[in-house]
Design a protein around this ligand. Structure first.
Ligand SMILES: [Cu+2]
Length: 291
């Protein structure tokens, strides 16, 4: 191949690259113009939620910050028509907190729980959820003040956002069972919590103390059900994460970042059919490794 020919080849390659580059540059703004930015949510020290009162329907990322030193538990809820925040607050107090089965049943019949997650002070967290057009509440579940259930509406054009790929998926199945797979997940990333069961659930993941196994936990937990805790807990409730509550047939995605190691995954949602017994006491726990 002579020099002129080489030059021709190089030149045409350069043209191809330049053409590709131009196409990429022009495609990028078009894509971002069709998608909506994250919804900024801030929770005050007194657990007052501030966010836009109207958002676009479709896939939304809620970027949540809290000023509360003890952290917040963000939750998105849809209530049935006519079921007010005051109704919900009363049923939470009597039912979820007080163990009144009728109140638990009324609450469950009137709300769809669409997920959430724990948020630490000065560490924003993200919830990604697909919301059809409609009316919702956003709240910090650490308060039961109905005035702090922030009402917002999803209306107008779809966000155009695509659900981001998750790094891990955990599922609730049957009534009160965690799917046994996967046995391990990455220690950080975007987690999908899919509720394929018949009941409301939320994930509490707590780290096993050094040298402790899931077997140790099961023994301790079973003994603790019948009386006062039998010795120190094999898990450290201070190292771990909480998801929001997700109703049957729904799923939510959120960011997490935890130390690597062995954890126990539990759900403490009260079961109305069992007199308000938390699901964990009905056996809804399993071991999981974060690596
Ligand atoms: Cu549960």
């Amino acid at each position: 191949m002579g020099v002129p020919q080489i030059r021709t080849v190089v030149t045409s390659l350069a043209l191809v690259s330049a053409g590709t580059l131009t196409a990429m540059v022009t495609a990028a703004p078009a894509e971002s113009a069709a998608s909506a930015p994250p919804v900024a949510v801030s929770i005050s020290n007194t657990r007052v939620v501030t966010m836009p009162t109207t958002i676009q329907p479709g896939v939304n990322t809620f970027k949540v910050t809290t000023a509360n030193k003890r952290g917040s538990s963000f939750q998105v809820v849809q209530a049935a028509a006519g079921y007010s925040a005051a109704d919900a607050a009363r049923d939470i107090e009597k039912g979820l907190d007080g163990g009144n089965v009728q109140a638990i049943k009324r609450f469950e019949a009137n709300v769809t729980l669409l997920g959430g997650m724990g948020v630490s002070k000065d560490k924003p967290n993200k919830l990604v959820v697909d919301l059809p057009a409609g009316d919702y509440w956003a709240l910090d579940v650490n308060t039961n003040d109905p005035d702090k259930f922030f009402a917002f509406t999803a209306a107008g054009a779809d966000t155009g956002n695509v659900m981001p790929e998750a790094d891990a998926t955990l599922r609730a199945v049957q009534d009160t069972t965690w799917a046994s797979n996967p046995a391990s997940i990455p220690n950080k990333g975007l987690l999908t919590f899919k509720n394929k069961s018949s009941q409301n659930h939320f994930i509490v993941m707590s780290k096993l103390k050094k040298g402790m196994t899931y077997k140790d936990f099961k023994k301790w937990f079973a003994a603790s059900m019948d009386g006062p805790p039998s010795g120190p807990s094999p898990i450290n409730f201070d190292i771990g994460m909480d998801s929001g509550v997700v109703s049957p047939g729904h799923s939510a995605r959120f960011k997490y970042n935890l130390p690597k190691g062995d954890y126990v995954m539990l759900c403490f949602w009260p079961d109305a059919s069992m007199g308000g017994m938390p699901h964990a006491f009905m056996g809804m726990h399993r071991g999981i490794t974060l690596k």
